[in-house]
Design a protein around this ligand. Structure first.
Ligand SMILES: [Mn+2]
Length: 436
């Protein structure tokens, strides 16, 4: 029966909205827009409104902009007409985007009452994501486990942007955040018992990547902003740009959407995000867009040299000791095309190696001349954690999948419960079989 009720509300909402649209004076909308469908979610939080626009594609875009800028006003008007205490938030979309709309009703209806774990995530456009940010007031931003510069820098920048447009916003404390990121999180960490109305995760592709203290929010993440292509189903909505080198690039677009000036602090957070995810602009994900983002950070006064020193050049003595050990122990197979090394728990303890010191250690063996496949096996208690880096001619993920792992073509990993020397042997043998 719940479905019938929703159908009725959807139809009433549609009618009320159509009436309200007629009163809009915006020339981008006036007389050009008709509603083709309206779908209200089962929890009554959102109403997806499909419109057809008279005119060409630019006219359609302008009309959408007009509708979205009037969303707050329309929502209040519709609430009065329909007699609901709080009418669902209108989310406008052009009706020609059929692929975007496929099964949207079943997706939205799968969303239950709070806490909400959507069966399927709704994909937002950047404008829809920003509209959600615009409509809420108290934000909590989540980062991922083993936090890197992208998740922390993006969270920091987004938090400052939201504050700049008058919102209350905090970043949830991440206990694993390294010392070198402390300054970008200054004054942004949420106090105990902070009660947000909207939860946003950044750079966090799956719920399993949420740290322990963020798990309690995992069924109520409203929006995920990310650049990983495997979008996750834990968030109600996702805005993802797989072609972006880092989530930080997307956050700059959010800043532009709200016309927030790029100040030095935000610029340093965004630079931290994009530089770390691109290995200081060396990895293959680096694009003109990445440099354009960096250019704007530089122009805004970000102290790039100090950041580069801190993020890429200064190494702890433990890290230098570890690199020395790895280079001393490295073993070559397959006529020098495979380089591998094991790191025991004992070695790490002796050297005083912390988690941050392990960052990208596998690239040390991968970037030896002639090496196509670099393999590092590290012992963590009972676990042997394998990290594989490959040249463009080899697929690291394919190799790791043989052992139940996964990742990207150039960088992948997996974890086995075996002795690190045995694991290394298995991987080297598998890698030899793949040599061309
Ligand atoms: Mn990232």
């Amino acid at each position: 029966m719940a479905g019938k009720r929703i159908d009725r509300i959807s139809s009433e909402y549609k009618q009320a909205m159509a009436g309200c649209l007629r009163t809009l004076k915006d020339p981008r909308v006036q007389g050009l827009v008709s509603i083709t469908r309206c779908e209200v979610t089962a929890d009554l939080r959102y109403a997806r409104i499909y419109v057809s626009v008279f005119g060409d594609e630019p006219a359609g875009k302008r009309a959408l902009q007009g509708l979205r800028s009037a969303a707050g006003f329309l929502r209040r008007e519709v609430a009065q007409k329909v007699g609901l205490r709080a009418a669902p938030e209108p989310i406008f979309a052009l009706d020609h985007s059929i692929s975007h709309a496929t099964d949207i009703l079943s997706i939205l209806n799968a969303i239950e009452t709070k806490p909400i774990a959507p069966a399927v995530t709704v994909r937002y456009t950047l404008e829809e994501a920003c509209a959600l940010l615009e409509r809420s007031d108290r934000f909590l931003i989540l980062t991922h486990i083993r936090p890197d510069g992208d998740t922390l820098g993006s969270a920091s920048a987004l938090c400052m942007i939201l504050r700049a447009i008058g919102k209350e916003a905090f970043v949830l404390k991440n206990a694993e955040a390294g010392e070198k990121y402390a300054s970008i999180l200054e004054d942004l960490v949420a106090p105990q018992n902070y009660a947000p109305d909207t939860v946003v995760a950044v750079d966090t592709a799956s719920a399993s990547m949420l740290p322990a203290n963020a798990q309690l929010y995992c069924n109520r993440v409203d929006l995920l902003m990310d650049h990983h292509s495997l979008a996750s189903e834990y968030s109600r909505a996702v805005y993802s740009e797989p072609e972006a080198a880092a989530t930080g690039e997307i956050i700059l677009k959010v800043l532009d959407y709200f016309h927030v000036p790029l100040d030095r602090k935000i610029a340093e957070a965004i630079y931290t995000a994009i530089s770390t995810d691109t290995g200081c602009f060396r990895f293959s994900n680096t694009t003109a867009q990445t440099f354009e983002t960096a250019r704007r950070c530089a122009q805004a006064g970000a102290d790039l040299f100090t950041l580069n020193l801190k993020l890429f050049m200064i190494k702890t003595r433990a890290r230098i000791g570890l690199e020395a050990q790895v280079l001393h122990d490295v073993r070559f197979d397959g006529e020098g095309r495979i380089a591998s090394c094991t790191i025991s728990a004992q070695t790490m303890e002796t050297l005083g190696v912390l988690r941050d010191d392990m960052d990208d250690i596998s690239s040390i063996v991968r970037y030896i001349e002639g090496v196509e496949i670099g393999i590092i096996v590290t012992q963590y208690g009972e676990d042997a954690k394998v990290s594989v880096r490959t040249s463009r001619d080899y697929d690291a993920a394919q190799l790791c999948r043989l052992f139940g792992g996964g990742g990207h073509a150039a960088a992948a990993g997996c974890t086995l419960q075996e002795d690190i020397e045995i694991v290394r042997e298995k991987f080297v043998q598998a890698a030899i079989l793949q040599l061309k």
